[in-house]
Design a binder for this molecule. Sequence first.
Ligand SMILES: Cc1cc2nc3c(=O)[nH]c(=O)nc-3n(C[C@H](O)[C@H](O)[C@H](O)COP(=O)(O)O)c2cc1C
Length: 187
Amino acid sequence: MSATAVVLFAHPAEEASRTGAMLADKVEGMNGVSVRRLYDLYPDFDVHVEQEQAAWDAADVIVLQHPFYWYSSPALLKEYLDVVLEHGWAYGKGARALSGKSLLSVITTGGSDAAYSAAGHNQFTVEELLRPFEATAHLCGMTYEPPLTLHNANHVSDDMRADFLGTYERRLASLLAARSVEVGRVA
Ligand SMILES: Cc1cc2nc3c(=O)[nH]c(=O)nc-3n(C[C@H](O)[C@H](O)[C@H](O)COP(=O)(O)O)c2cc1C
């Protein structure tokens, strides 16, 4: 059995997106990858918990793809995680629904690489600022994968965008390949 990934793409202004929308469109064409555009699905923030839990249940790899907004995710993704990751399902005594699945953050930022450092304008690295997502994965028994970040997304060249897409595709493919081996071993 082949492994699958679900990309939860959270962009409040997809029509104005130069990078995130392109990335989501491209990875959607990969074998075993589906994309859920959260702002299309839930424009009123009324997240369908059962439907979303079913999407997590069915996937081996969960990707949180979004632009960095105030050093975190756009608001709908926070609401989404608040309501979908229920006690007794995602975490808590005996909750094993997400155990062993991979969680990967894919981020675009307006700020530069240099700005995201101890000596830089933003003081912290993106990895440090993503700690709440890392802690969430840990609490749910998931494997937190090293995040992918495209800095300076509004100003990078088309070549750099294409390079980042290649990195994203290769990471997804290798996570899916590793998970497929595990699925095969268990079956
Ligand atoms: C409300 C808002 C908050 C933002 N906060 C940040 C931020 O904290 N750090 C940062 O580097 N960029 C920030 N940005 C810039 C976006 O991350 C950037 O424009 C986006 O990643 C570009 O990708 P896109 O072409 O898919 O929209 C912010 C943009 C908006 C509109």
